[in-house]
Design a protein around this ligand. Sequence first.
Ligand code: 5GP
Length: 188
Amino acid sequence: MKNKAKLIIFTGPSGVGKGTILADFFKKVDNNIVYSVSNTTRKPRDGEINGMHYFFISKEEFEDLIEKDEFLEWANYSGNYYGTNKKFVDEKIASGKSVLLEIELQGALLVMKKRPDAISIFITPPTFEELEKRLRGRHSEDEESILKRLDASKEELKNTNKFNYVIENDVVQKAVDKLIEIYNKETK
Ligand code: 5GP
């Protein structure tokens, strides 16, 4: 079967479990899809590796990349810059690989406008209380950042109707299976 290279936008509030779903997804799917490693000015968390989870760069470096028009999209989220490398995305798609962007809402809406053929997926928590519990439970942010992220989540959750697919992350395995199903349906 011929593979169709697609741009896949993967969005959802902080703490919803996007990372966990994707780690399992990438273990299970073929190698016709790659993860787009974003640039960020956020400091690395324990265990995060430069070039694998993000390219961790300074604010000055980031602003220089904006100036040079190197981003497909970028956003200021919770006090830090995050951006998608345009050249990486375009080269991969041209080579026949699908590309998955794990990005927040503003960036997602921008890419959906710029690339109308992209597939958009939004991950929701079972409830807002559960989201707060997960975000606090991972102990990766201080209180100020947790509150900023919960605030952003409320806005993000109002936009689920703009996405091609909505997956509720109640049981991780089920969410992964749904994502695999969407990927296969859209690219094979
Ligand atoms: P975190 O700091 O938890 O790694 O990421 C915070 C938020 O930024 C998450 O919702 C994540 O999906 C989003 N994000 C990561 N990379 C990018 C990017 O390149 N562009 C945009 N717009 N958002 C991103």
